[in-house]
Design a protein around this ligand. Sequence first.
Ligand code: UT7
Length: 337
Amino acid sequence: MAAAKPALRAPRGAEHAALLGIGAYRPSRVVPNSELVEAIDSSDEWIQQRSGIRSRRWATPEETVQMMGASAARAALEDAGVDAKQIDCVIVATVTHLVQTPALATMIAHELGTEQAAAFDISAACAGFCHGIALADGMVRAGSAGHVLVIGVERLSDITDLSDRGTAFIFADGAGAAVVGPSDVPGIGPVVWGSDGEQSELIKSRADWRDVLASPEPLMPHLVMQGNPVFRWASFAMAKIGQQALDEAGISADQLDCFVPHQANMRIVDALARSMKLPATVRIARDIAESGNTSAASVPLALARMKADGEARSGDTALFIAFGAGLAYAAQVVVVP
Ligand code: UT7
């Protein structure tokens, strides 16, 4: 008689997961609209009216993606009261780590002094941080990690064409991070996420490595964006996704304390809040005015500012929603750490 096949021991995680701490890093150089308008034949007034952006931060050469990501991560670890050695996995969401491999997460994990944590990067553009939170939530509850560091970091100034009217004033630099770990009560609601690859041409790198090599002139793979269709898609389709995330978390708009959407455009922030009929009691993140659009860093940067300003308090419910190139999107309700 053949021996019975051995049954594998299944992983077992925590019953619930939550954000235990958040951190941010804002680059030192403040860039007002006035510095950009000449090259794109624009004005401070137009940029403020159309996007809500007054100024943004650009990184100096020393403020690399590794430096900014690790700085935000240290702030999140301190906020959580968690040591780097307790981190089992580092997830970095970015589109501006300008080498194909190795992953930025491995270098940040090493710099932080984790004990050989698993580390990998994800490419979900502006929705990357919310994708990372969804992965971390699943990992902690499934038992593949005890504590996970999720970092969103970008140096979009490296891949922005400063003579392009459609993008030069929007994109910016920065980093945000969160520690996700076990919790007695649910701290991260079900993720509502997806993609629409049919619209993948709307935001993309204008060149790949072969184009760069074949070009007679130096060619930077800048981001190109058809802003208006993305604007319309984000303002309408994303309100349904936000509502779905509230419904799946069992939270009504009245019970929501904070709304932290991707900081793509102040008019999109307002349109989403209107479409979702968020009551006036909900505090809304408006970090874009001073930070511009920092892609994967925008949601944690915006929450960090709300916490610093006293607009978001520990224990509050907050709706995250982020969307961008892909087109990829993700939303979830979290409890503010
Ligand atoms: O983070 C990833 C997701 N990204 C987004 O969600 C970004 C979404 N898109 C946007 O935020 C907006 O589309 C922009 C802020 C990029 C542009 O605003 P818009 O209201 O969609 O402007 P538009 O492209 O429809 O252009 C309107 C007008 C045009 O002139 P006419 O044809 O009406 O005479 C443009 O030529 O504004 C003109 N224009 C500008 N004028 C001054 C376009 N860019 C500029 C500029 N300065 N920089």
